[in-house]
Design a protein around this ligand. Sequence first.
Ligand SMILES: *Cc1c(COP(=O)(O)O)cnc(C)c1O
Length: 402
Amino acid sequence: MAQNSARNVGRHFLQIPGPTPIPDRVLRAMDTPIIDHRGPEFAKLAKRALEAIKTIFKTTNPVIIYTATGTGAWEGALVNTLSPGDRVLMVETGQFAALWKKMAERIGLKPEFITSDWRQGADAKAIEAKLREDKGKEIKAVCVLHNETSTGALTPIAEIRKAIDAAGHPALFMVDTISSLASADYRHDEWGVDVSVGGAQKGLMLPPGMSFNAISDKAIAANKTAMLPRSFFAWDDMLAMNKIGFFPYTPATQMLHGLVTGVEMLHEEGLDNVFARHERLAEATRRAVAAWGLENLNKNAKQYSPTITAILLPEGHDADKFRGLALETFNIAYGASFGAYSGKYFRIGHLGDINDGTLIGALGITEMALGLAGIPHKKGGVQAAMDYIASVHAGPKRAAAE
Ligand SMILES: *Cc1c(COP(=O)(O)O)cnc(C)c1O
């Protein structure tokens, strides 16, 4: 690249749907001396962190904090509540759903997969139909992704709860909210979720390496009889130690400092404002995509993700090459594509510590990069995004986003 000046100057544009950029205030909160994880100062920190995370899941029950990435919390959800050979109903919304299903198979469960074309979220009616067919109530859990990060589809969790209730089915309800927690509204208790799986490095604006299980009373009861082997991920050891402010093993002390500060920042902004900001940035991105004349991978407008938009390139254009060119020239990282669509789309993450200006910068880079890569598109995507964002700020605070 003859004119390459971007690599080492200014901020890197980390537009992947996690890990997301970490606010300086969170970095500073983590930049403290290590303390004794069995000492009194630690117990105060742990209790603050354990209380703080409950407000994000909107639950009054304890939340398990794992020193593991989101994948670990997926495993925690399954091994703590289920037994070998149990049937679980899962929905193929995309790559992450496929990975969770693969995990279920590996640990000895029998997942049944409701397949899809990866261009929408989960369908409540299809879940209800499967549960109605299950006269013997053999399905022990329904597992759904709130936000499918690989395709940009958000499933309304309250509707899935209603579908399970309409079928009169006793299965546990497990929801992966890793890439929507603290970016889209989420209500563990109100929506009757039994295990919610969260991660640190997306909407919570923390480094990777911490994840969560929010749990219901029904999940805690299931834990007593669940026979899948578990050790590191066992809830009972964790709950017993957490009660006195400790962990069964050395937790990620610095991450707990970061978590307390991250949650504090979210509440200072106000959770509803956080969600409105994500909706605004997502809609602005979609308007840019439409103005460019490009296609959103997600075809269901009722299930657009507030945190990530997947953009299909016209036939014959390689999305991975496009991402490479944009990184090399403009120092921006986009999310990759998966499965049958490998090389056909790229993803813009718009979640976490991101504001209107950052997004407009990222969309400006994208429009330039589309031109440089010779990808057919119309001009004016950035203008459309700017017009939309300005209109939202001009109107009553949230009106235009709704
Ligand atoms: C990121 C992500 C995961 C995987 O989390 P890791 O932290 O990479 O283990 C699982 N599910 C969803 C929806 C995700 O976005």
